[in-house]
Write a new protein. Sequence first.
Length: 337
Amino acid sequence: MSDRKFLTRCLQLANYARGNTTPNPLVGAVVVHNGRIIGEGYHHRIGEPHAEVMAIRSVKDPSLLPESTVYCSLEPCSHFGKTPPCSHLLVEHGVQRVVIGCLDPNPLVAGRGKAYLEQHGVIVDTYGAPEAFEALNKVFFTNFLKKRPYIALKWARSRDGYVDHIRESAEMPAASISGPLAAINTHRLRAEYDGILISAKTLVLDRPRLNLRYFEGIAPRPIIIGSSSLKIGPKELSAFELSPLIVTKVLIPGFDCIQADPRDVANWLPKLMDYGVNSVLVEGGPTLQSSFVRANLVDEYHEYVSSDTIGHGVPAIEINPNSTLILGSGQYNKSIG
Ligand code: AOF
Ligand code: ZN
């Protein structure tokens, strides 16, 4: 029971650094002596000390460490990366017992931290339900286990299932579907992702700014899935605050481009990680989004549902509600959001 309590504290600590550690995971650690917390720490940002180091450093009386248990939300590392291995540090301080929330999927660690501790006589207990600890680092786990960015889809639809009127030019105004609360929530969501992805068609029709206006944070990098048949050029692509990354068959001078067939999502998606894009929010439109659904490349979706009807227009995508692999989200009614 108390293992669970102290590991929960590790999750709380890890969360203090949310948004600051990428591509590193969020990690928290707690040192417990005779049922009392005597040290705590978390990983603040990439390149800085790991959670275990911070927790050990915070202990006022290090002579208590050999009689203490160290709780870590993630397996202590075993490699020399930007920082030295935490498993070695724990052994050096004579720690006898370590409890971990989940194993580290990074192939440089992947069980080696646990093995190192055990080889040096440390009792390592793994928590029975690693899901919460893996979910804390859903992007990090997806990157290593699936070798591609973490993908979330977001759209707003009318009650009768349309995302917009049928429009052929930017002169026709888009249907207004979601309200101000949904906009705030969307911008909060954007701040959690490295990249924000739209089709060239959406760029031409909507000219979205793809930045953060209703929420503080770091804006994601725009990613445009190009189609040579649409007239997108340096003018349209320069309208963003951040230089976009473009997936296109035909390279566009002056811009970072991934040369690929835009329809072949599974092929170009992993290449986004070469540009530091480890998580992507796919905002539109439905043709592009359904290519992710068809290729089974959706980890999470956020659907905003208005109480209004449109009658006809561009249909929203449909997600199989029985899919257990995908995290859904609450639905927002226009009258409140
Ligand atoms: C831990 N505790 O707090 C974190 C860990 O380059 P480095 O040295 O920062 O190593 C980064 C890798 O270490 C990262 O990919 C992940 O496998 C692990 N992160 N490990 O023991 C921590 N942040
Ligand atoms: Zn470490």
